[in-house]
Design a protein around this ligand. Structure first.
Ligand code: NAP
Length: 249
């Protein structure tokens, strides 16, 4: 049963890709959805397309005050949140660790990790009061594997998996669950710049020999956020066509 029965779910990074697909699916399954991202116009167009059970609250999650205002506006609009999908993220730059920009390192950590903690701190009190809640964060295969040339991304995605486990154990007695979804190679605008030869090489790394779609990821995200996953917490679930757990020789 993944019917959200009018429950309010907040999605960050909802203007495109995984966040948008999940916001659309949540709304189709009966949730009221608050959508957060920086591009106000894109966000408003998508929210209007979904209908009155979606609303746009533009904010840069790296700006704590702006994020908290957007979360407060969302709660004022649809009521206290039952769910949070903390999904906004950026890839950083591919550069050798020794030359990696300190400023960029901090920026990637702020968007991919610290902002998730800020959002959790903002929504958790109402979830604890309600004795019910579901938080999902977006990790990466870089949450579980080292990867050369992007130390900030790998550190941030390891961090967000750890954060989800820490919150899961602390919040379990309060009826609040927290999980981490791990996208493999999911075809989203983040992949638009990848040349076709590189896309073909990526597909060869996947046992299913293809990238996943944002909808395939959204299916798992909706389940983990839904009351149907009531005994599922502190988990990480890869949607990756089999990459992480296999070795082809
Ligand atoms: N696609 C994959 O294969 C893959 C693999 C591993 C992990 N992921 C993770 O999946 C998540 C979603 O990525 P995606 O593939 O769906 O990429 P995407 O289509 O580029 O979506 C990224 C989303 O994050 C938002 N965002 C980025 N920085 C933000 C900020 N500072 N404040 C608010 N919103 C911000 C973007 O909106 P605005 O530009 O409007 O702000 C956009 O809605 C990310 O956490 C990413 O690390 C994706």
């Amino acid at each position: 049963m993944t019917d959200f029965a009018g429950r309010h779910v907040i999605v960050t990074g909802a203007s495109s890709g995984i966040g948008l697909a999940t916001a659309q699916m949540l709304a189709a399954r009966g949730a009221k959805v608050s959508m957060i991202a920086r591009r106000r116009e894109a966000l408003e167009v998508e929210a209007t397309e979904i209908g009155t059970n979606a609303a746009a609250f533009a904010a840069d999650v790296a700006d704590r005050a702006a994020l908290e205002q957007a979360l407060a506006d969302a709660a004022a609009h649809f009521g206290p949140a039952y769910g949070l999908f903390a999904n906004a993220g950026l890839a950083g730059n591919f550069a050798p660790a020794l030359g990696y920009s300190g400023t960029l390192f901090e920026q990637v950590l702020t968007v991919n990790l610290t902002s998730v903690f800020w959002a959790m701190q903002a929504v958790l009190p109402a979830m604890v009061d309600a004795k019910e809640g579901a938080i999902l964060v977006t990790g990466s295969m870089a949450s579980k594997r080292g990867m050369a040339m992007n130390p900030a991304y790998v550190a941030s995605k390891h961090g967000v998996l750890g954060l989800s486990r820490a919150i899961a154990v602390e919040m379990a007695p309060h009826g609040v669950r927290c999980n981490c979804v791990i996208p493999g190679f999911i075809e989203t605008p983040a992949f638009d710049l990848i040349p076709p030869e590189q896309a073909a090489r990526i597909n060869q790394r996947v046992p299913q020999r293809r990238m996943g779609s944002a909808d395939e990821l959204a299916e798992v995200a909706c389940f983990l956020l839904s009351p149907a996953a009531s005994h599922v917490t502190a988990q990480n679930w890869a949607v990756d066509g089999g990459v992480l757990e296999t070795l082809e020789v």
